[in-house]
Design a protein around this ligand. Structure first.
Ligand code: KMH
Ligand code: ZN
Length: 279
């Protein structure tokens, strides 16, 4: 794994499955809002969109038709790499989470283990991980390995050793820190996870949930990693100042990355970094 990159690959995770539209009206939940968000976030420096979608009542859904329509609309309006969440919400059954790949995204998330998730449990048993991984390879979808805990680093190593490299041969990891029940959103936790990554890993990013957002962002930039930002992870731009639009988080990340001499990576370079299939 290269220790530092000349530019910064920025992912935006605009919606997630946890916040309610009624509580956060500025959360993009309709297809129109998602497309508008994607266009503005790409202009601000994002190269990949990590997508959870909502139904007409703004509830999280894994509906195939809606997922396909979202992938198509984002491809038509932007050059962003379209990554579908296979994590869904903590209430989604494992079998349904496997069907996400039917929408033929460029990339999919693949979480490397079960984790406590606040008062809930985010289930990712080993057989599910293996099945999802095999399907991603068969369908030529590039997985992003989401690691919520140090134990997930070990499961990633085991997965790669047992199943081989993903489609395209690149191994990109996102450290999701600061989930209540997962690894903390601290520089020490990020650096410990990075130090333990298996040798097959070619790039890594980090995100910090809530208050850990900025410390984790700064740590990742300083340590040669990439970034994920967005309202899935963080609803506060600053203390007492809610995020009004995902673009604000991308723009701030791009500004800090540029100041650190690692400006945002283009979508073209990000596609190469991840070895995304041209569809
Ligand atoms: N919504 C969380 C339960 C993913 O997108 O793959 C899981 C999650 C991870 O957000
Ligand atoms: Zn997600």
């Amino acid at each position: 794994m290269s220790r530092s990159a000349a530019s910064t690959f920025i992912t935006v995770a605009p919606t997630g499955a946890e916040s309610a539209k009624a509580d956060v009206p500025q959360l993009p939940t309709t297809l129109e809002e998602l497309v508008e968000t994607a266009v503005r976030c790409e202009a601000a420096g994002a190269a990949l969109i990590h997508l959870h979608i909502r139904d007409a009542e703004h509830r999280p859904t894994l509906d195939h038709g809606l997922l396909s329509a979202s992938v198509d609309a984002l491809r038509e309006s932007t050059d962003l790499i379209v990554q579908l969440s296979t994590g869904g919400s903590v209430h989604d059954p494992l079998e349904q989470r496997l069907t996400v790949l039917d929408a033929e995204p460029d990339s999919c998330s693949l979480t490397c283990g079960t984790t406590n998730f606040g008062a809930d449990v985010f289930l990712n048993p080993w057989p599910f991980m293996v099945e999802l991984y095999r399907q991603s390879i068969a369908r030529e979808v590039v997985p992003e390995f989401e690691l919520f805990d140090l134990g997930h680093v070990d499961s990633l190593r085991r997965l790669l050793d047992q199943e081989g490299l993903p489609y395209g041969g690149r191994v990109h990891v996102d450290l999701v820190t600061g989930v209540p029940g997962g690894m903390p959103g601290t520089p020490a936790a990020v650096l410990a996870a990075v130090a333990a990554l298996p040798p097959q890993v070619t790039s890594w990013a980090a995100t910090g949930i809530g208050r850990s957002h900025l410390p984790v962002l700064a740590t990742a930039l300083g340590a040669g990693g990439h970034l994920r930002v967005g309202m899935e992870d963080n609803l506060a731009y600053a203390k007492g100042r809610p995020v009004q639009h995902n673009e604000e988080l991308v723009a701030r990340a791009a500004e800090i990355a540029t100041a650190m001499q690692r400006p945002p990576m283009s979508t073209t370079d990000a596609r190469e970094l991840l070895a995304i299939k041209r569809r």
